[in-house]
Design a protein around this ligand. Structure first.
Ligand code: AR6
Length: 176
């Protein structure tokens, strides 16, 4: 039997298409706004599926700056937790948009690790109402997750859940 100095850590990356509110994972990520008080898109869908308890807890958080992340319970969701992050609005690329989007992914992953989560699902943060170019956003999302899981983490599975065919094709091409 060979012996190893260090355990081998394995985190898989999965791509799926559909509604994030239906996933049974430790945490789903919400693409929120700085108020954390709900909105449209994936944010609206998550609040609707989670029920009013989610908004009540969000009210206690006093908002969240762009690029940061905050944790709540999942309430009526199948997911135990919701990690709320605020992606950057795309202003053309000269307002630190790429750095801020990267920071969203890193901060969500740090929370996942801190709370010893084994699975987390990300929507395509900022690529809806906030108009971040989809291809660029996908590269940032995938590269950030890949480099994060190079160091030991409690996460066994990171899911990218896309809602539209265009993002599905983009992610599939990058992930190979
Ligand atoms: N499951 C998975 N992905 C979804 C779902 C869903 N149920 N619904 C939409 N998407 P957006 P943003 C995808 O606009 O660009 C909100 O009003 C969607 O197709 O939800 O970060 C917030 O309150 C897109 O690919 O988030 C903020 O004000 C992705 O989720 C603002 O929108 C993100 O689109 C945030 O804008």
């Amino acid at each position: 039997m060979p012996s190893y100095d260090k355990p081998i850590y394995m985190t898989s990356i999965e791509l799926t298409k559909g509604d994030i509110t239906k996933l049974k994972v430790d945490a789903i990520v919400n693409a929120a706004n700085t108020s954390l008080l709900g909105g449209g898109g994936v944010d609206g869908a998550i609040h609707k599926a989670a029920g009013p308890g989610l908004l009540d807890e969000c009210k206690t958080l006093k908002g969240c700056p762009t690029g940061q992340a905050k944790l709540t319970s999942g309430y009526n969701l199948l997911a135990k937790w919701v990690v709320h992050t605020v992606g950057p609005v795309w202003y053309g690329g000269n307002k630190d948009e790429e750095k801020l989007l990267r920071s969203c992914y890193v901060n969500c992953l740090l929370i996942a690790n801190e709370f010893k989560m084994e699975s987390i699902a990300f929507p395509n943060i900022s690529t809806g109402v906030y108009a971040f170019p989809k291809e660029k956003a996908a590269e940032i999302a995938i590269n950030t997750v890949k480099s994060f899981i190079e160091t030991p983490t409690t996460l066994k599975k990171v899911i990218f859940i896309v809602f539209d065919e265009e993002n599905f094709t983009i992610y599939k091409n990058i992930l190979g």
